[in-house]
Design a protein around this ligand. Structure first.
Ligand SMILES: Cc1ncc(COP(=O)(O)O)c(C=O)c1O
Length: 488
């Protein structure tokens, strides 16, 4: 809605797509014309006066849209001539090939490397391409604080003790309700609230393995998976992941045949770091393999809410007829980082997992659980999620376009349908650990490939986070990375 003073206000009752600011919408329309080749590289985009008249928007809206497109590197200003489409605006990088690194069983020893990378991510002045989180500014922190205050004020004294074991009953109901809406009926007793998904994943693995056992994991895999295996003295059997289609089932079938695998730890949707999501058919086929070998699966699904399509992806748990799947979720990535609240829908393993929890951390913070329960009931969670997904999707477009302009043409990159990571495969001469060190010296973090592999593969790969609003600084950081990569 435009007002007399030219300021455009946003109607919060509308879906996120409708609440985009007018200049963002207009910028997206021009970006689409560039993407589809209607305005070609080197051509002039409509002048501000012309665009304002033709599209019925104010000149200041056109200016703001053009500044945004300039930040995204799609257009360039030429003094006294107007704005022109960037010469590389339509260049696209290719997707990576299927991973080739299946393994026998390997001991895991990556922690030192992972810690040295993680400690570099603490500096708030860094361009946070290496971070595991989206920008905190994309979360409804003020609304959550209100939920924290409301729930703390209303908390019954006995609940502080009672809620520690089973978890806050309202929160468990709200989580079960979300499963129900997605078509899964879960008995409340099967839900265990944990200190983030990380605790859930640890407890699940401890429940079904002994030191020395073999666990099937993905390659590349989330680095904390490797660290947990290392800590619990478990051996990894690495199963390759296709960058778009997910786990290679032939390789998994072969490994299940050859090795006495005690558990699988997989991400079937929006896998970290590749962003791959398996189709429903493939998830069913994966489940059939688990059933045939009676091997339990720990399903890490922390990015479940960050899909870009119209339908949420189904977890493998939704096909589970024999109680083999422990489904782990979290609020860390989509709502409340730092609250440290996650859960596992653990089926028949729930009782054992709860006992292990009582022997270790006892409980996640009771006030944090109560705050989330209040927020889920009254805070507008689905509205927040729609907005968050929309921001992440547009940030992905910006990073992909920027990489195409600044990175060598033979770089490969994933195009995930959700989440906030891109996985880059650089030319093999690039050493991503050295790239990481050079980038840090320039104030840019990234996650180098070898931290995602028990066998230290992916030495020419890196994961970059696009979870922060795209701006001139992001664009400059990509240009700097491009220069470092070209120097190898
Ligand atoms: C794939 C994956 N699983 C689990 C976690 C841990 O989630 P939480 O913060 O809920 O412990 C993360 C966080 O980085 C992650 O990326």
């Amino acid at each position: 809605m435009a007002t007399a003073d030219g300021v455009e206000y946003v109607d919060a009752s509308k879906p996120a797509q409708d609440r985009m600011k007018r200049y963002e919408k207009f910028a997206d329309e021009i970006a689409e014309l560039i993407r589809t080749g209607v305005i070609a590289p080197g051509e002039k985009v409509p002048s501000v006066r012309h665009a304002s008249r033709t599209y019925g928007v104010s000149p200041s809206t056109v200016f703001q849209a053009y500044y945004l497109l300039e930040d995204r590197g799609l257009i360039q200003a030429r003094p006294r001539s107007g704005y022109f489409v960037h010469a590389l605006a339509r260049r696209q990088l290719h997707e990576p090939d299927i991973g080739q690194y299946a393994s026998g069983s390997v001991e895991v020893d990556v922690s030192e490397l992972v810690f040295s990378v993680l400690s570099s991510l603490k500096d708030p002045d860094m361009v946070a391409f290496g971070s595991a989180f989206p920008s905190p500014n994309l979360f409804p922190l003020a609304r959550l604080s209100r939920s924290l205050a409301n729930s703390a004020r209303d908390m019954q004294p006995h609940a502080v003790i009672a809620d520690m074991t089973a978890g806050n009953p309202d929160l468990r109901r709200q989580i079960a309700l979300r499963y129900m809406v997605s078509g899964m009926m879960l008995p409340l007793e099967e839900l265990v609230i944990t200190t983030g998904a990380m605790e859930a994943l640890n407890l699940c693995l401890q429940t079904v393995t002994q030191p020395g056992d073999l666990v099937a994991i993905e390659t590349p895999a989330f680095y904390a998976t490797l660290q947990v295996l290392e800590r619990l003295k478990l051996k990894a059997v690495e199963i390759p992941v296709h960058p778009r289609e997910g786990i290679d089932l032939d390789s998994l079938a072969d490994s299940l045949q050859r090795f006495p695998i005690k558990a699988c730890w997989f991400m079937s949707s929006l896998q970290n770091p590749l962003g791959a999501s398996m189709t429903d058919e493939k998830k069913q086929a994966l489940y059939a393999l688990l059933k045939q070998h009676q091997v339990p699966m720990i399903e890490d699904d922390v990015y479940a809410e960050l899909y870009y399509g119209s339908q949420p992806p189904k977890p493998v748990k939704s096909f589970d007829t024999e109680d083999l799947v422990m489904h782990c979720g979290s609020f860390s990535k989509c709502l409340a980082p730092g609250y440290r609240v996650g859960w596992v829908a653990a089926g028949r393993f729930a009782e054992q997992i709860s006992r292990l929890k009582l022997m270790t951390t006892i409980s996640p913070s009771v006030p944090a659980q109560a705050a989330l329960a209040d927020y889920l009931q009254h805070g507008g969670y689905d509205r927040h999620l729609r907005k968050l997904r929309h921001s992440l999707e547009s940030q992905q477009r910006a990073m992909l376009a920027s990489a195409a302009r600044h990175f060598p043409a033979d770089t490969r990159v994933t195009r995930p349908n959700g989440g906030y990571f891109l996985w880059f495969e650089f030319p093999t001469r690039v050493d991503s650990l050295q790239l990481f060190q050079h980038a840090l010296a320039q104030g840019i973090s990234l996650a180098p490939g070898p931290i995602f592999s028990a066998s230290r593969h992916y030495g020419h790969c890196a994961r970059l986070n696009y979870g922060h609003p795209w701006d001139t600084r992001s664009e400059q950081a990509m240009a700097t990375l491009g220069r470092i990569i070209a120097s190898f």
